[in-house]
Design a protein around this ligand. Structure first.
Ligand SMILES: Cc1cc2nc3c(=O)[nH]c(=O)nc-3n(C[C@H](O)[C@H](O)[C@H](O)COP(=O)(O)O)c2cc1C
Length: 173
């Protein structure tokens, strides 16, 4: 569960190029392993994270529709790429470019997921900050039931204005 006592603040931790923040999860998103970089950037100990849902590090500035897209791809056995703002234990944040992928057993069934996160470049962050803010505002205005549709609709408008697919946008930034 999310730690509701954390007050988000403006302290940004920049991910150093070449650092990979890696974690794995079971099929529900519960954390099964984290690397040292994840411990370092999140500010949680390994013990605090293992067994928790990944939304432990969810930042309130992130639109729900982005995670909907991620889970939609993962549950279909596909990889997901996206820019994610994560919350640190001390309320700070760090931006990452995340690659999340399913892991399969010998029979081809999904056994869990893995996320490999690296630095997000400043151009990408500058592009997604206003987009995510618009998506979030639409989600909040729409209310919980309609939130994802509202967030996706803002994303769709952005993509059609830029004549891009989501994948093209992510890889062009
Ligand atoms: C392997 C894996 C890694 C994930 N990494 C993150 C992450 O770094 N940050 C994040 O906010 N959500 C991450 N998620 C998504 C969370 O499971 C969750 O969908 C998201 O935090 C939204 O939480 P909520 O639905 O409770 O609002 C990850 C999911 C998986 C399967």
């Amino acid at each position: 569960m999310k730690d509701r006592n954390i007050m988000p603040n403006d302290r940004e931790r920049t991910v150093i190029p070449g650092k990979y923040i890696v974690s794995t999860s079971d099929r529900s998103g519960r954390i099964t392993s984290v690397n040292d970089a994840f411990v370092e950037y999140s500010g949680y100990s390994r013990e605090e994270m293992l067994g928790k849902q990944h939304n432990l590090i969810r930042h309130p500035d992130m639109p729900r529709a982005i995670f909907w897209l991620a889970w939609n791809a993962l549950e279909a056995g596909e990889d997901f790429y996206g820019y994610v703002k994560n919350l640190c234990h001390d309320g700070g944040f760090y931006w990452v470019f995340a690659h999340i992928l399913p892991e399969f057993d010998a029979e081809g069934d999904i056994v869990g997921y893995k996320s490999i996160r690296r630095e997000a470049n400043s151009r990408a962050i500058a592009a997604v900050v206003p987009l995510y803010a618009d998506m979030l505002a639409a989600e909040q205005a729409a209310g919980p039931k309609e939130a994802i549709a509202a967030g996706l609709s803002v994303l769709k408008q952005y993509l059609s204005a830029h004549r891009q697919s989501y994948e093209q946008m992510v890889s062009s930034l």
